[in-house]
Design a protein around this ligand. Sequence first.
Ligand SMILES: [Zn+2]
Length: 468
Amino acid sequence: MPYEGEFANKTAHVDILNNPDIKTMLEECTYLKPPSDEEAQHLAEQFVDPPEMDQDDIPDFVIAIDGSNYEVSIDEKLPSTKFGFIKVGVILIRLDEFGALKVGKFVDPFKVAALKKKNTALTFFIPSANIKLHGQDNVRDSFRRLLDQQLYNERTRFNADDPRTSLRSTLFMLASLRPGTMGTGDDEKLKIHKCPNCGEGPITVEDVPEQQYCPHCRKEVYPSDCLRLWEEVNDFQSNQTAITRLMMILEHILPAHYIRYFLKESPLLLTNMAFFVDGPLAVFGNAAWLHRSLMIFLENAKRKLSRFNAKPIMMIGLQKSGQVVDYINYVDRFLPKNKIYCIDDEFRYKYMLGGRDPAGKTFGFETYYGQDFIYKTDSGKTFNLLIPYPFSSKDMDGIDFNEEKTKIGNYENLPRALALISHLESDLYKNAVVPIALAHRYTAISFEPGGKVLDLFSKKSLGRENNG
Ligand SMILES: [Zn+2]
């Protein structure tokens, strides 16, 4: 993302802003404007003391997930023939005594460099403009088939011999949880809203290796059609939108993939780790329904862990850009240190969203599964973080979601999350990419599903294994 030099040509930028036609039209638009001192002061007054933090409660492990994507031409002489690829790095960072690289003051720069370059990230190949898979008629169908294959691939499995540990099975689990008629209540079945070929639907498919077909037109259907990414894929133009969407979906279903596995194999490990997700806890676009499944999934996991008297799973979305961050940049000097603000809709719509009216029942009704907080640490670093909503649904009888979501006391994990952020603040603050930021100071291990994940937690490797 171009943080600096976004307007490489400053003169051109000024020229455009001074153009009378542009000026007139801008005057007719609402957008985020620099807040007045009074407004900033008003925000500062909303800040409260953070819940009491327990530094001993900081988890020993952080799992950080970070995706990147590219769309490239196959050859410079064929600029309109493109493919895309997505890399999603999953890094396990150890904050325990073996993890901190505090022998002297020296951090091994080679280890950090190795982590940056590492090719072990989960990589997804995406056919884009003018590229078709053999046997497929168009880019869209090639995209669908290849996506499904890759979600099912051994590389996404925790156990190569067991397809039920694949990322595709995690998608089945999430889709089965959908509320209403699209849910199946059976994690081996999911519904696709309509057949991409004939448009009939919904169609139920099963978590089996065999190719499945539409019962109406007999053409191929794939479980991952439920993400509806194919609707945004076209034959002759860039498919950057679909590629970016897929990357963001992966960033949100991968935590669920790990959590599902740990819940089955070693649930108590979950109480000693935190998941860092890049950006808001929200899913946008045609697959936004996932946010509802994630709410239900996280609540179910919480209930399961509470049976062991264990704390809920800690998940933190860290935002480094976007409207809230832009707003913070304007008002930061007014904000009090060691205080927190749980953003409510009233403030958000009145100030941050340039006076827009609430479109739905609550901010992010169709997309968000977590709540925005602004937290300013003791040393004056301000963070925009998100914590999953403490409810399985935004439509619960007898619960005023709008009100409950802004009660700090409802977020059981917030004290631990703040303790963790404070502990890592200087690393998290300066670097936009969480895994790389933490890899500078702590032992970081590449942590793809295929890599014998549980072994990394065994006594022996905890004592000795220390490189990526
Ligand atoms: Zn059909």
